[in-house]
Design a protein around this ligand. Structure first.
Ligand SMILES: *Cc1c(COP(=O)(O)O)cnc(C)c1O
Length: 470
């Protein structure tokens, strides 16, 4: 494996640089607020960007989840909604799209990713079993823990180092995993929970070599391997770009190969699949699927709609096929990289290499005078909003939450502020504005004060916690 990153993917397309493979048909006006309005709005929101009203936001980089722009074909698909309670034709279109694109046998729609995480956790984890994973994701870990699972991080050490240029920082450390298996016994491992790409590490990909090694290990110990496929298309792009032997393969072929090495997957279609709502759970094992199909009626709805309208399933089916187009994914990651390059050139500390869906500002290096208990990443998101109306979110100690056993804060090595880029929504000029805003608060970094938490909800506290200035 090479540790040097090729600068361009031009080889596949024969073009010098990327451009958006679409033109704009409808626009939504943006509102620019005054500094006084922003100060008022942020104080009302308890210094938590999740509690702002979107009308008070100028450029919204809170998340890339459900915020992407649908194509004209997807909008047309909404009119083909078959709103039958049972057996909607849109379900069969979705089932076919997931089977064709991801390759799994049995497919269950759910209202969004965490609906699928809930189901898989309930049916595949016995209380006290370990769930090894390549770092954690907030909702994934919570559902695993609520099912009695004990989360274990087995990602490679480089993932915790924001300056490491390792090309596959999402990889599992196979020796960490194997030592857990031999220590605990294979029977005590519920399944391997593999995410591609790893959001909390900065959108970092998993290599094909890694998933192949995991497959071997899982076969050897008879352990199941499940994939969080939420951003797997972006992961496939990085494999095409960085891993030997994949430069001439299509995104669709790489995705299929990767998924074929796993036993099933859950999906938040609000990310890669370019829809505003939706997700699925897919499994190859018929018996396990039978259990999931039974449980889905308790929490989501009948197994042919899973909490979605027929039209939403149609838009998702179309979005899945659009998501694996080379032009699309290249422009998507190209835009993220464009912002990353601007900030890197301005010496702003960001997680390297730039990942698939977002730029992650390294709040530890941004505000070295603040301790982690003063919430530097939350502070950074607040300062950015105050300066410019750009909305980001915290990915550090607040997101990491507390240890369910001891009740203490988790203290993650990474203390990051995420600028997530919605797909097909903003232009390059918006990225210029964002870079200027980040550079402006970086220039004033010494005067930042930190925050204190005044309200802490029990679950997924980053969504609803409130803060104040000391
Ligand atoms: C968003 C996300 C989820 C949860 O999906 P929702 O649709 O928000 O419920 C799970 N895993 C990853 C990696 C995600 O990014």
């Amino acid at each position: 494996m090479t540790t040097h990153l090729p600068a361009t993917t031009g080889r596949q397309l024969g073009r010098r640089s990327w451009a958006e493979p679409w033109k704009i048909k409808m626009v939504e006006p943006l509102r620019v607020t005054t500094p006084a309005e922003r100060a008022h709005a942020l104080a009302e929101a308890g210094y938590n960007t999740f509690l702002l009203r979107s009308e008070d936001v100028y450029i919204d980089l809170l998340t890339d989840s459900g915020t992407s722009a649908m194509s004209d074909r997807q909008w047309a698909g909404l009119l083909l909604g078959d709103e039958a309670y049972a057996g909607s034709r849109n379900f069969y279109a979705l089932e076919e799209a997931v089977r064709d694109t991801y390759g799994y046998r049995h497919v269950l729609p759910v209202h969004q990713g965490r609906g699928a995480e809930h189901l898989i956790s309930q049916i595949a984890i016995r209380s006290g079993q370990f769930v090894p994973s390549n770092m954690y994701f907030t909702t994934t870990r919570l559902h695993q823990e609520r099912a009695g699972g004990v989360f274990v991080d087995v990602i490679i050490d480089e993932a915790h180092d924001p300056q490491s240029e390792h090309p596959f920082k999402g990889d599992v450390d196979i020796s960490k995993l194997e030592s857990l298996i031999t220590r605990a016994g294979a029977d005590q491992i519920a399944y391997i929970s593999l995410a591609g790409t790893v959001n909390m590490a900065g959108g970092q990909p998993v290599s094909m070599a890694c998933v192949r090694a995991l497959r071997e290990l899982c076969d050897q110990y008879r352990i199941r391997l499940f994939l969080d496929a939420t951003r797997m298309v972006e992961n496939a792009f990085f494999i095409q770009e960085r891993e030997e032997g994949y430069a001439d393969k299509t995104i669709a072929a790489i995705l299929r190969e990767f998924c074929s090495l796993t036993d099933g997957a859950w999906m938040s279609a609000k990310k890669d699949s370019l829809v505003n709502i939706g997700g699925w759970l897919a499994l190859n094992d018929a018996d396990l699927f039978e259990e999931a199909r039974n449980l889905v009626v308790v929490f989501e709805g009948l197994h042919t709609y899973g909490g979605l309208a027929g039209r939403d399933m149609e838009a998702m089916a179309i979005g899945i096929t659009e998501s694996v187009q080379q032009d699309h994914i290249r422009a998507r990651i190209g835009q993220v990289r464009y912002l990353g390059d601007l900030l890197t050139a301005a010496d702003v500390p960001v997680v390297r290499p730039v990942g698939g869906h977002a730029i992650f500002l390294d709040a530890r290096r941004f505000y070295p005078h603040l301790t982690q208990d003063e919430f530097p990443a939350q502070t950074l998101a607040a300062e950015l909003y105050l300066d410019s109306g750009v909305r980001a979110m915290e990915r550090g100690i607040v997101s990491a939450g507390r240890d369910p056993k001891t009740g203490d804060h988790h203290h993650p090595k990474l203390e990051l502020t995420r600028l997530a880029i919605p797909r097909r929504v903003y232009t390059q000029a918006h990225m210029d504005i964002v870079a200027e805003a980040v550079e402006a608060i970086y220039a004033q970094r010494d005067s930042a004060k930190g925050l204190i938490m005044t309200y802490e909800p029990r679950y997924l506290r980053f969504f609803q916690a409130r803060f104040d200035r000391p």
